[in-house]
Structure formats: structure tokens, C-alpha cells
Design a protein around this ligand. Sequence first.
Ligand code: NCD
Length: 304
Amino acid sequence: MDVVSIRDFSREQIEHVLKIADKMVPIAKGEERSVLLEGFVLGSLFYEPSTRTRLSFDCAMTRLGGRTLGFDEPKGSSVAKGETLADTIRMVDAYCDVIVLRHPQEGAARLAAHFAGKPVINAGDGAGQHPTQTMLDLFTIRKEKKSIEGMNVVLVGDLKYGRTVHSLAEALAMFGAQLTFVAPPSLQIPKEHLKQVEAMGEKPKISSSLQDVIGDADVLYVTRIQKERFPDPAEYQKVAGTYRIDLEMLKDVKKDMMIMHPLPRVGEIAPEVDLTPHAKYFDQAFNGVPVRMALLGLVLGGLK
Ligand code: NCD
């Protein structure tokens, strides 16, 4: 099956992925060996920069005994000669067993899934969705808080262009979390995603002031302003640096409030926050490995 949008998954299906991911942790850490995906090949096509997503897929595949091929920079492939996405996908489809695609255009993964016979996993399509990031985010919250239901999750930063929050907000609503969206008015969560959240019976709060809401947060999900998606650099300058989490900001937060960030951060979280018990973003980044192992095992390895 393809993994294109979080909307394609039921709560039960996501719970199942998280359960398998839990069992993958010792293999992800290198404490146990596995040959579950021996002989399988993953095609990894990254048309946009990536560190965590690309390397954790590669790590997940390798830890399960499989191999990865592909590119991390379309300039070195026939894309630079003008090859269409559809043609590249048809080729890679013949060379591998599963395709992981990151692309600047929203809808690219859906298009790829149409042309590929093999399963396609969306590793981020423009300002669209990032479903595997959502699963590792849910895994991280579940691990720290034991439950997602009833948690007060504050999502802050670029909610307009940030694809991680688009898929995460919808999934959190499905799991019964309470949501607060904090952004400058020009970067608030798009109507399409808000509607989806409300359709799940959630009544999210909308604010532009982090100070007003941070005290009630169980989870603070911080995001980078997505500079590369702004049509006008002057518009980016107006909102750059709007929110910064530092020790002063954390003065009156709940003792067990956890801070997450899909990373990379570019100034939204001061380095001194890393030393507080609130900081969970590096654990979160590691969790990408067991969660992606679970997905690959389900898609390729006959795990049920
Ligand atoms: C995010 C992305 O690419 O959407 N990174 C990631 O996959 N962990 C977030 C970002 O780039 O800001």
C-alpha cells in the first residue's frame, strides 16, 4: 500500500504501525540484528534537501538487511536534463521494491503513486503532507505521555507552509488531542486542514501569542518558518524570528511539558533549552528509524 496522506489511514492502522515500531527499537539501536528485508531495494528520490528523513529511511532499510539506491540531489540525475517525474518514477519502479519520494510540489507523491506499480511513500510533498513524520511524532508523544487522547498540544510557527503540522494536526484530532494553533495571522493553519480537524469533533484554539497559551501545554510542537516556500522574500522578513523558545519563555510551563520540533531548527529554540528535561526533539529524530522500519516491514516484509 502507498503512504501518501495521513488521511488514508485509520486510527487503528496508525496504532498498529506504532505497535510494530515499538518492537523495532532494539534493531534500530543496533542491539539486535534482522534480515527481514534482505534482498529488497528501496528507491530514495529526494528532489529537496533532507537530513533526518532521508538518512532514517536509509538506516531503517539497512538495519533490516535491505539496500537503498537513489539520489539526494536531482541535479545529478536525468531530472537535470528535463525528465518528467512520471518518467523517472517509471524507471525507478523497475529498479526497486518501494519508492520514497520528497518533492517540492504538493501532490507529487499522489502522482508518483499513480505511475508506480510499487508502493510509494511520501517523504514530504511541498507544503502538502509528511505522513511518516506524523507517525514518528505520534510515537514520540505516546512514548513520553503514554496517551495522546486529551493532551493539550500547542503547534507554533509556520502553520501555513509547514507540511509536518498539516498531517500531524489531522492525526492528533483523530486521536482526541486538544489543539492550539499559534502563528502570525499570515501563517495560520489553512482552512482545508482546520476543517478536517473540526470534522473530527475537535474545537481548536487559534492564537498569535505563545505567551498566552504555553502555560497549559502538555506538548509544544515548534516549527521552522519555511523560507523556501515564500513567494516574496520581503514577506518572509516580516515574520522571521516571530517565536523563539528560550529559558525565559519556559518559566511558567508545566513541569512535564515536552518540546518537539521536526528539525532543522534555525533559531526557534535556543540551544540552552536542549539541556532542560522539556527537550525531546533529538529523541523524536531517532524515533524516525523504528517507525520507518515498521512501515517498510509492513509494506515489504510481510509483517501483518
Ligand atoms: C521537515 C520537512 O522537511 O518538512 N523536516 C523533516 O522532515 N524532519 C521540517 C522542515 O523542513 O522545517
